[in-house]
Design a protein around this ligand. Structure first.
Ligand SMILES: [Zn+2]
Length: 292
């Protein structure tokens, strides 16, 4: 059983909020050579057809700009047993508390996604503690993007992205997470360049999970490092029960990013991991964190 812990939901509203000056979702999609997303319901249905085609059971759908949880909520409402709603949130936003409350209470989001490098705060800032408090109150998880942060769509549209990568240190995340032992925390892409720090944070804090998603191109910052060694090292520190398979899929026509899956399957096979551990990484851990 495959569950994908990392799929971006690039809705029409996402495109409009990301590039408000660009003349609407359809025009932006055509500039990007993407299929127009249509309504959130249409896009959700398209993702379901795609997951069915690829043999994927469930997926975390990430609303990828603040203010777009409503799109993911609409898609998830039609497929509540297939989609798990995640949403990007800026804790420095003026209406942070109300937005969190609405996303969890009304829109049934199950994880809040923080991007400290994008929005300019430390991962151990007080504003993050408030996010953890809200997540704890609603039984939700917290996803914190650490390390290298590039946003493909911003680059393609020539939007400035002056993100402060120093703010993505996973050790800042563990400082806060330790105070909320009931809140699962997901650090994507093995820390995306802060691999050592992500492992240290997870060593100290048993609620930290690492997602395996994307091409993990941060590996090139380490001379000679391979995805095999990344998996082997991570398994040695956190074990199979705290790794969440993900692809970082996002737009159509590409759809579900099969090459990422195939690469990780090859790595898992080369590590001669037993079936139970493979099943945990590919879907079981996600199921435990986000029961249908
Ligand atoms: Zn992503």
């Amino acid at each position: 059983m495959i569950n994908d812990a990392h799929v971006h939901f690039f809705s029409s509203r996402f495109l409009e909020l990301t590039a408000p000056e660009a003349g609407g979702a359809d025009r932006i999609a055509s500039r990007l050579e993407w299929d127009p997303p249509g309504t959130a319901t249409e896009l959700g249905d398209r993702w379901i057809a795609e997951l069915d085609r690829r043999g994927v059971n469930r997926a975390a759908l990430i609303a990828s700009v603040p203010g777009d949880a409503v799109s993911v909520a609409e898609a998830a409402a039609h497929h509540p047993h297939r989609f798990v709603g995640f949403f990007m949130h800026n804790p420095l936003g003026l209406d942070s508390e109300a937005a969190l409350d609405r996303a969890f209470r009304e829109l049934h989001m199950r994880a809040v996604c923080l991007f400290p490098a994008m929005h300019g705060y430390r991962p151990d800032d007080q504003c993050v503690e408030a996010v953890f408090r809200a997540a704890a109150a609603f039984g939700a998880a917290v996803f914190v993007h650490c390390g290298v942060l590039t946003v493909g769509i911003r680059r393609k549209l020539n939007l400035p992205s002056p993100f402060d990568w120093r703010l993505g240190d996973p050790l800042g995340v563990s400082r806060i997470a330790l105070g909320f032992p009931q809140v699962p925390v997901i650090v994507p892409h093995f820390g995306a360049g802060y691999f050592r720090e992500a492992l240290m944070a997870a060593e100290q804090c048993p609620t930290i999970y690492l997602d395996t998603s994307s091409s993990n191109s941060w590996i090139r910052f380490h001379d000679g490092l391979t995805l095999e060694r990344v998996f082997r090292t991570a398994l040695g520190v956190v074990g199979a029960s705290r790794l969440l398979f993900g692809t970082d899929s996002s737009f159509f026509p590409r759809g579900w990013h099969t090459p990422v899956y195939e690469q990780q399957r090859r790595v898992l096979a080369s590590l001669e991991l037993n079936d139970a551990d493979q099943a945990a990484i590919l879907g079981g851990n996600f199921e435990r964190l986000f029961p249908a």
